[in-house]
Design a protein around this ligand. Structure first.
Ligand code: GAP
Length: 531
């Protein structure tokens, strides 16, 4: 058992308040609880007008930088071009796909129930706090990264030992083997009595459904728990119907479903979520070089979208924790307010070897081998005999909803000195509203000029995002509204515009203003958006 001092415990406080971020997301139409008017449904979230556009912008950025012009045109190991193609595969696949991938037999989370509070926990998320005095044997469970349950556990422990606890008094158990004997001494996070937590049981995360009208056991199918398998089962078709040659990648973006035991932390762990996955196929001898290449590019990509600095890190999976078929794995991790000071996974970059193609070849009987005509013995006619092999796969697998959440958390900024004490510093490439146009007052011909500029910007930038116009309320309130929406630039038409055809441009991040020619507004915005 290892222990951790409370000072390093992820349940400790954080600089940004998740409650404040969630309130702003609701107020401004980024994220709503799904089925809210019926009391909501745990683990499901809807995106409002701003959230859905933000999510689309992040999805588009991935598609552009991973499929259309992979890695911003950079070359890969050995100066090779990075080539990627897209697919869009079904949410429901033949059930044998999930048997081959290992999801039917092995996609399980250890789950513990509390007989008293009727709550359910993931065993690997529970931590236990006790005193260092062996005679005070009771332990109080809390949920990792959840400050409320941690504080409650400390309070109850203090009551149990009837004294004030100092930091040196405490031991936190992070890797318990929670068998019956251990659990008899544990009070659950939301329970009063000890011994009410059940031993962990495996719980398959796949959502089951039936295909067809009869709904018998023979008709069982599953909602996909990852988009990756759709790529592996179409690998041969892509090779046979396009001109791609190994090394190349196949990108697949879409919804995945996992019946998470404990969905939590806003959209971080949802039951319905979207993934952006690339399966990059290469020769086994080159696989480690490609792994390093993708690991570095994926980190640089998230940094380019404003998640730079100490809140983002690359974490290499220790060798002992790798799957048996994997040679390497790294996670891009973000320091979310609810994981602070720790980090939570944003994207996994995995070296999957040839595990998946091997599995599907064995289970389906279809040949998955690739004939590499650039390799193998050189023949007298100058051509190569070709080498047959199962390519290895490097998989950068990103969560779109987690990406949006990280962008929202990073963007949330508090500054009491501004007209909007909370504002969203969303990277201009991702900002759902790219610009807003305001007449200073709704008279003297200003609305007409504003309308004309709005129309021009809309025609120029509708592919990138929303362009708003607004002539209600004071100008300060309109700026504040746009600050909360994360709109990077506001153009204001005022009395000087009538005289010299200039407008004020206000920068969201600094609040600073400058005057530019109205005829230059579109070019200015284009430049700022990096188009
Ligand atoms: N094909 C590999 C794969 O699916 P994963 O680490 O299980 O790997 C990839 O998932 C990414 O999908 C994660 O890094 C995370 O961003 C996202 N993800 C996974 N489960 C999620 C959930 N329940 N809610 C939201 N995002 C999730």
């Amino acid at each position: 058992m290892t222990s951790q001092s409370p000072a390093t415990n992820p349940a400790a406080g954080s600089a940004k308040s998740m409650d404040a971020i969630m309130a702003l997301c609701k107020r401004r139409g980024f994220v709503y609880q799904a089925s809210e008017i019926y009391g909501g449904i745990n683990g499901f979230w809807d995106y409002g007008p701003l959230g859905s556009q933000l999510k689309k912008n992040l999805r588009d950025a991935w598609w552009q930088d991973m499929v259309l012009r992979p890695c911003w045109g950079k070359t890969g190991p050995g100066g090779r071009e990075v080539r990627c193609v897209p697919v869009e595969t079904c949410i429901i696949q033949h059930p044998k796909v999930w048997a081959a991938s290992g999801h039917v037999g092995g996609f399980n989370d250890p789950m513990m129930d509390c007989k008293e509070s009727k709550r359910r926990y993931r065993a690997d998320h529970l931590r236990y706090v006790k005193t260092t005095d062996p005679s005070e044997g009771r332990m109080f469970a809390f949920v990792e990264g959840d400050a409320d349950t941690f504080e409650e556990a400390l309070k109850r422990l203090g009551k149990y030992v009837k004294r004030t606890l100092g930091e040196g008094d405490l031991e936190i158990i992070t890797d318990a083997k929670p068998d019956g004997q251990f659990l008899a001494r544990v009070v659950g996070p939301h329970a009063k009595e000890a011994g009410t937590l059940t031993e962990p049981r495996a719980f398959n995360l796949m959502f089951k459904t039936y295909v067809g009208a009869t709904a018998t056991d023979d008709d069982v199918a599953y909602l996909r728990p990852e988009t990756a398998q759709g790529v592996f089962v179409q690998f041969k078709n892509v090779v046979d119907t396009t001109r791609v040659k190994v090394p190349f990648g196949i990108g697949n973006v879409g919804k995945s479903f996992r019946n998470e035991v404990t969905p939590r932390n806003f959209t971080f762990r949802s039951r319905e979520f979207e993934q952006m996955e690339l399966e990059f196929f290469c020769h086994p001898d080159e696989s480690m070089e490609w792994f390093t290449f993708w690991r570095e590019f994926r980190m640089a990509w998230w940094e380019s979208l404003g998640l730079a600095g100490e809140n983002l890190r690359l974490y290499d999976t220790p060798k002992k924790d790798l799957a048996h078929y994997s040679q390497a794995g790294s996670d891009v991790e973000y320091r979310f307010p609810f994981t602070y000071p720790g980090f939570g996974e944003l994207e996994g970059v995995a070296h999957r070897g040839n595990f998946d193609l091997t599995q599907h070849q064995q289970h389906s009987g279809a040949k998955m081998e690739y004939n590499d005509t650039e390799r193998g013995e050189l023949l007298p006619n100058g051509q190569r005999r070709g080498e047959r092999y199962l390519p290895h796969c490097i998989e950068p697998a990103a969560g779109l909803d987690r990406g949006v959440l990280a962008v929202l958390c990073e963007a949330y900024t508090k500054d009491e000195s501004r007209p909007s004490p909370e504002f969203m510093k969303i990277h201009p490439r991702l900002a759902p509203i790219k610009a807003a146009v305001f007449p200073l007052v709704a008279k003297d011909g200003m609305p007409e000029i504003a309308h004309k500029l709005h129309d021009e910007l809309l025609r120029r930038f509708w592919r990138e995002g929303l362009v708003e116009s607004d002539d209600k309320q004071t100008i300060g309130k309109r700026y504040a509204r746009m600050d909360e929406a994360g709109c990077p630039y506001c153009f204001t038409i005022d009395s000087d515009t009538l005289k010299d055809q200039t407008v004020t441009v206000r920068d969201r991040d600094t609040g600073g203003q400058q005057r530019i020619a109205i005829s230059h507004a579109a070019a200015f915005l284009s430049d700022k958006l990096g188009l």
